[in-house]
Design a protein around this ligand. Sequence first.
Ligand SMILES: [Zn+2]
Length: 344
Amino acid sequence: MSFAEIIGQEDAKSLLKNAIKTGNHSHAYIFSGEKGSGKMMLAEAFAMMLQCENPSDDACLECHSCKQALSHNHPDIIYVSREEGKSNIGVDVVREQIINDVDIKPYSSKYKIYIVDEAERMNPQAQNAILKTIEEPPEYAIIILLSANHNAFLQTILSRCVLIQMKSVDSESIKRLLQTKYEIVDYQTEMVATFAQGNIGKAIALATDSRFNDVKSQVLSLCKRAGKMDEGQIADEVKSIKEENDKDKKEDEAEKFQGFMDQFLDLITLWFRDVLLYKATLKDELLLFKEDSYDIHEQAQLCSYLGLNQIVDAITDTRAKLNANVNFELTIMLLIQAIKENTR
Ligand SMILES: [Zn+2]
């Protein structure tokens, strides 16, 4: 992907492009931002333009080097990541893939570029090992560390890298992208863009994830019915949520952007955000669940401000308990009861 195709990140793009045009690029960068914020896309655009045979304001996309970069077959753009099944990037990986490799001159291009994914997972030994390369790199070497949490780096690493912080993308741009590139209908783009909170990767994952709509239906049905549920119906609901959660646990972590329960709780939060918004303004324009405005109006009448607060507290409490591995069924039952108490 070229710089031109990246949505948002204007400051970072112009800083990196200028560094290339003036020849003032650094030998070490940290691109920092949460999962889905576009770090890898930015690193790839940067690497492609650095290596391009005819760069102007961006990579040309036509030359041999650009074509190799686009197909991820560029011999001088090297991807480093943790070994499968390991949670850390150990010193052996860093030695083998970077330190022992960096003294070999580039194969066909001006630079040799290392893109280290999840670099915050380098353990302290690995970070110490890479430090010397970052301090005294060969002229042609550029190391880009991608990280969801740059505070995990040793101070010595941080002080020698140019830090690029990924920004959240405005929701209008996300909506435009979803409409044009993913052909998502208008009212859904609003929901997805809000849910993604400026995270482009999350927006794309949600827009293309069929499960999101299923979770949404389940949440809507729960929020609308909770006030009238009896004990037996609550138990059935808990069981069905447990089943979805168990199914989710079996799926490959790398394949999904967000776990079932996170999506589930986020959607409940958004529903009651709508109820609160309508209660306070009596206007529909700002609602996310516009198609369900009838139920929103009804709940806005049934719920007091205090009750809405209690629901929000119950959701926060649920997240904390699930993180602490408190009994799943019990936790969910208490949540549903809190919703029931405050929506009838
Ligand atoms: Zn090119």
